[in-house]
Design a protein around this ligand. Structure first.
Ligand code: SF4
Ligand code: SF4
Length: 297
């Protein structure tokens, strides 16, 4: 079986302090970090044991995980497993990158978010250059607050042309809605911005969530995705595989890239191919015709 696991353990601390984020500058106790490490170790052992499957793992922590050696070692360890196809992680990319040399980099994917209020653009770009020099496939992105548009445009200018820069549309919590000009400027930076700036109808639609893509927490509780709370089972239960089956979505809409890319009708697997987890399009977007229309209902 082919299985993609979005892993999110209890780790919920971060070295940055983005004002819109509940995990900003949150510090966890030694005990909490030890528990997160123990949960992670149990999860790694579970992946290691699934030798009959083809597994991809996407770490989507609440806070920042890559500053911790235990996560750096976990990524490296997973990339060396023959039955693991892809290992990706969301990160603010503030960590050292020496651990990357321990990975099979062709299996590694990095989803790096640039936070202009917490790092300098040249520092972030230097980290991206290091990833590129090590052969690591990566996307970079910016949260689409209106006041970040100039910084996003500058980042687009400074990045290599073949590095995809995504903009995460702010659908709630922004003082004012986007104007047509905001949409045009963000779309000039990210041709897929119109796809992300939509809550896609999902009720009753076919989605890989719960069948070949699952979300797993530190206790092993599996859900079809991060957006539907109802558990479908526990990966550490001996009969867990019986829980994996097609399930039409039970939510009205799906508005987050890590969810809607798994809905069949949007056909975004055609856009992202094997880079779907780390959000890297299969073909650089300036070579595709009218990419912003792809996937729009
Ligand atoms: S870098 Fe990410 S996890 Fe950290 S405070 Fe900012 S949004 Fe939250
Ligand atoms: S469409 Fe979105 S909310 Fe619905 S099951 Fe899939 S990922 Fe979850």
């Amino acid at each position: 079986m082919k299985l993609t696991v979005l892993y999110r353990g209890p780790l919920s601390s971060c070295n940055y302090g983005c004002e819109y984020c509940p995990f900003g500058k949150w510090k966890q106790s030694e005990e909490e970090l030890a528990k997160d490490g123990a949960d992670l170790e149990r999860f790694l052992a579970w992946v290691e044991a699934r030798t009959g499957d083809t597994v991809s793992v996407f770490f989507t922590p609440w806070g920042e995980a890559l500053i911790w050696p235990v996560y750096q070692r976990a990524l490296a360890r997973l990339t060396h497993l023959p039955h693991v196809e892809r290992v990706a992680i969301q990160t603010n990319l503030s960590c050292r990158l020496d651990w990357v040399r321990e990975c099979r980099t062709e299996k590694l994917g990095i989803w790096a978010t640039y936070h202009p209020e917490w790092t300098k653009r040249h520092r972030f770009l230097a980290q991206c250059e290091t990833l590129a020099s090590l052969g690591v496939r990566h996307s970079v992105g910016v949260v689409g607050f209106k006041h970040f548009v100039e910084e996003a445009e500058a980042l687009r200018r400074d990045l290599p042309a073949d590095t995809y820069l995504w903009i995460n549309a702010v659908k709630d919590g922004q003082e004012e809605p986007y104007t047509a000009e905001d949409v045009a400027r963000f779309s000039a930076v990210d041709p897929l911005f119109p796809v992300n700036n939509v809550r896609h109808p999902s009720l009753g639609r076919a989605c890989k969530g719960g069948e070949s893509v699952i979300s797993v927490d530190g206790e092993g509780t599996a859900r079809r995705c991060h957006f539907i709370d109802e558990p479908i089972g526990n990966i550490y239960a001996p009969d867990f595989d019986q829980a994996l089956r097609p399930r039409p979505c039970s939510k009205a809409t799906c508005g987050c890239h890590i969810g809607y890319v798994h809905m069949d009708y949007l056909e975004l697997d055609r856009v992202f191919g094997s880079g779907i987890l780390e959000r890297v399009p299969a073909t650089p977007l300036w070579r595709t015709a009218a990419p912003a229309r792809v996937g729009l209902p």
